[in-house]
Design a protein around this ligand. Structure first.
Ligand code: HEC
Length: 123
């Protein structure tokens, strides 16, 4: 009896560890929201969680939606440096930052689309 209880405890603990490692927890099939991708994918490290910007690391993204469409922003996120080289506004702005913006590398286009929509919806 005691043995089987501790076996249950051990297997529950292992299931939880597996869930953390593989992100296969119950309910994790739901797509990650753009707002959370912004944090998980490191955007917030340079732009702050609310997109308000961080001095020296990344500009504020608030009020920037006027400059972008879904298509152009998706293209930009895939190759920020290459895109900025052809865009006078970004080229100028980029001079103020020591570390260039890194590209998004995931193949999950649907997730990128949710991130793009989140950035475009920033106030
Ligand atoms: C290492 C810091 C860093 C990280 C991480 C980073 N960025 Fe940036 N981001 C920058 C810098 C620096 C610029 C300014 C580049 C320029 O103006 O040429 C920028 C510019 C931008 C712009 C253009 C802003 C404008 O003026 O229109 C957007 C949009 C953006 N980032 C979104 C994101 C998203 C989304 C992520 C996460 C996938 C991200 N960034 C990750 C540093 C970063």
């Amino acid at each position: 009896m005691i043995l089987s209880r501790s076996l249950v405890a051990v297997s529950t603990a292992l299931a939880l560890v597996g869930c953390l490692l593989l992100a296969s927890c119950p309910g994790s099939n739901e797509p990650v929201a753009g707002k959370d991708l912004f944090v998980n994918w490191g955007c917030a490290n340079c732009h702050a969680a609310g997109g308000t910007g961080i001095q020296g690391l990344g500009p504020s993204l608030q009020g920037k939606a006027v400059n972008w469409t879904r298509e152009s922003l998706t293209e930009y996120l895939r190759d920020p440096t290459g895109y900025a080289a052809k865009n006078p506004r970004l080229k100028e702005q980029g001079r103020g930052y020591m570390t260039p913006m890194p590209p998004i590398l995931t193949k999950d286009e649907a997730a990128v689309a949710r991130l793009v929509d989140h950035v475009l919806a920033l106030p």
